[in-house]
Ligand binder design. Structure first.
Ligand code: SF4
Length: 280
């Protein structure tokens, strides 16, 4: 019998690479173990992403900075903040980011896709993922595509981050096949700093990322098979404790997570809002 394709998204693969135990808690154990409280930085990121999606849903003549406050209010996610004072400060900061960001956009240029799902099959994977934005831009031999990913974290990003992102590479690989146009450029748009970190892939570098994703999928399938055949789930999906444990949703149920320092759900947002004081 041919082996079944491994159905995956970038976050599913990334979860296993970060920590096999976290993957198990998220995708294997049922019922899913209880998660910790929602993180304010996730709320902030989701609010900004949805506001930008809705910006592109506006008619071109309505894509003006004055539209942003109601777009952001309409998509605002309230969970995780310390209190209303912090939440209001985060809203104001997010609005500033959006105002600066849309100044860099030509409202008349329509992206090819906004929060667009692209899917592709390889010999091992049935991949699907939702790209923040897919642009069509003029190239030397006709239109070329670029994958755009919005970032709202505290720290800036550089071209190594864009080059190393497996998610961006998989989106590019899939978009090229879905739209039948070259898609080699991947970009991280960091709204807090207004910077763009970009990388131009080659067919070879995209193939390498796909091959790595396939290796991860094989490892996951082997671990799942071991459990299905009666193996110890804790051995098949080991913990990999490290700094990520502090931010892991399963810190409280994971034996290794108990060792990690706890952070309040709003800790990252606090640092985003007062970077200098927090760094002292
Ligand atoms: S707490 Fe750490 S070791 Fe445990 S699942 Fe989360 S990331 Fe993995």
């Amino acid at each position: 019998m041919p082996e079944r394709l491994f159905v995956c998204t970038p976050s599913k693969l990334g979860s296993y690479v970060d920590c096999p135990r976290r993957y198990r808690y998220s995708y294997v154990d049922r019922p899913t173990p209880p998660k910790g409280p929602p993180w304010a930085h996730n709320s902030l990121g989701a609010s900004v992403h949805t506001a930008l999606r809705n910006w592109f849903a506006l008619p071109v003549d309505k894509r003006r900075p004055e539209a942003l406050p109601s777009l952001l209010k309409g998509t605002w996610v309230r969970e995780g903040y310390r209190d209303e004072v912090q939440e209001r400060a985060a809203y104001r900061r997010a609005l500033e980011w959006l105002e600066s960001y849309v100044e860099t956009l030509d409202p008349a240029v329509e992206p090819l896709g906004v929060e667009r799902v692209v899917a592709v099959k390889t010999a091992v994977l049935a991949f699907n993922g939702r790209a923040d934005r897919i642009d069509s831009r003029p190239g030397p031999d006709g239109p070329e595509l670029a994958i755009v990913d919005y970032k709202t974290g505290r720290t800036g990003l550089d071209s190594d981050d864009a080059r190393g992102s497996q998610a961006l590479a998989l989106y590019a690989y899939a978009a090229e096949r879905v739209f039948r146009r070259p898609c080699r450029r991947v970009e991280l748009h960091h709204l807090p700093s207004g910077t763009v970190a970009a990388h131009e892939h080659t067919p070879e570098s995209l193939a390498r990322q796909v091959s790595r994703a396939e290796d991860t999928a094989r490892d996951i399938a082997a671990a799942e098979r071991a459990v299905a055949e009666g193996g110890d789930p804790d051995t098949a999906f080991p913990t990999t404790p490290g700094p990520i444990c502090t931010w892991c949703d399963f810190r409280k149920v994971c034996p290794a997570g108990a060792e990690a320092p706890a952070k309040e759900p709003w800790a990252t947002v606090e640092r985003v809002l007062t970077p200098t004081a927090a760094d002292e």
